[in-house]
Design a protein around this ligand. Structure first.
Ligand code: SF4
Length: 363
């Protein structure tokens, strides 16, 4: 089924046809993972889980940037905001993420200068207006957000804004897919690949992964019909044993992706081994600022002494992020951990699986 106009992706008749197709095609038990947190929220909000046959399980993967930010990285952000003459600029969803002993929100309440911004360029402006302070931006996110952060570093270098830096905790999606395939007990039959990330990296960004594993993969948009269409394509691929890397989001994603954004990324960052919460170190899955931009690398500029991080006792975010547990299987869910008083990052972020379960899943 090829849909052309945005209204069609919200059309209930089209959705019903797709649901019938899924029900008629699905014969065996399969587990599909939506990698992206925006997909997770859209799936819950539209009630897609409730209309699927029992044969299909949807797992939520490590696609919420705040959730996969390692505890040690959160502790480093907190350490940074405690330094003299430093203004920390951050996107708002990091504020309440608990570190080992504190959070940015608590530090802000205690008087640290932490500014919530909507763009890295807002952080750059803060640096220009405060030449006697060091402004450090907390760079968290996937291939989607990293290009604008790279662009702000380029702009700072070109306009000689010496007091602007970034601490890079970015993550890359294809290496995470590799790690999931290597993990035990996950047993994934196919992936719903993230639309936003795919706009940047293109279909070709997954080609090596697909060639290696020959697992059904569908790039999907975020409307209910987009997701149902992706599920129906995955089910068909699995039932016919004909895996394909399919672009079901051609209105936004091309084969090559956004080459300009890729150039900026490659100019400013280089791949690095980094630790993902719940998964551990994944080779070449992060982005480190290149040596030529070291003057804007907060890790290079500040001597961050971070003690060993400790994840919250009883929090199952690691298992949630790899699809091996659902939020109700965490002993703290709803009893101790709620959106008002979150224990782990999966309950903090609006894209976190625990927060989505809490908001939309009443069972
Ligand atoms: Fe962690 Fe809370 Fe989710 Fe449990 S419910 S996994 S404590 S975020």
């Amino acid at each position: 089924m090829t849909l052309k106009h945005i209204e069609e992706y919200r059309d209930s008749e089209i959705a019903e046809k797709l649901i019938k197709k899924i029900i008629n095609t699905s014969k065996r038990n399969i587990r599909l993972m939506e990698v992206c947190g925006t997909h997770t929220v859209s799936i819950f909000r539209s009630g897609i889980r409730s209309v699927l046959p029992e044969t299909i399980s949807l797992l939520s993967g490590p696609g919420c940037p705040v959730c996969v930010t390692d505890q040690a990285e959160v502790d480093a952000f907190i350490e940074l905001c405690r330094m003299d003459d430093v203004i920390v600029a951050t996107f708002g969803d990091l504020m309440r993420v608990p570190g080992t002993k504190s959070s940015l929100q608590k530090e802000s309440a205690g008087g640290r200068d932490i500014r919530v911004v909507y763009s890295t360029f807002d952080a750059l402006e803060i640096a220009k207006k405060n030449p006697d302070k060091n402004v450090a931006f907390l760079g968290v996110g996937f291939e989607t957000t990293a290009p604008t952060i790279a662009a702000s570093i380029l702009s700072a270098a070109q306009t000689n804004v010496k007091n602007f830096s970034v601490i890079s905790a970015h993550k890359l999606v294809p290496p995470a897919l590799e790690a999931l395939m290597a993990a035990e007990k996950i047993n994934i039959g196919g992936f719903i690949l993230p639309g936003h990330v795919s706009v940047i990296i293109g279909v070709k960004g997954y080609q090596a992964f697909f060639d290696r594993h020959q697992i059904p993969c569908v790039i999907s948009g975020f409307e209910p019909a987009d997701i149902l269409h992706a599920i129906s394509v995955l089910v068909e691929q699995i039932e016919t044993a004909k895996p394909v890397l399919e672009n079901a989001y051609p209105r936004a994603v091309t084969f090559d992706g956004n080459t300009k954004a890729q150039q900026i990324l490659n100019d400013v960052f280089e791949p690095a081994d980094v630790c993902w919460r719940g998964i551990g170190v994944i080779p070449q899955s992060g982005l480190k600022i290149r040596e030529r931009y070291a003057a804007h690398d907060a890790e290079n500029l500040f001597d961050l002494q971070v003690p060993d991080a400790q994840t919250p006792k009883g929090c199952a975010c690691g298992e949630i992020l790899t699809g091996t547990k659902t939020p109700p299987e965490c002993a703290l869910y709803r009893k101790v951990c709620t959106p008002e008083d979150p224990v782990g990052p999966c309950m903090v972020s609006t894209e976190g699986t625990c927060a989505a379960f809490y908001k939309y899943h009443t069972a």
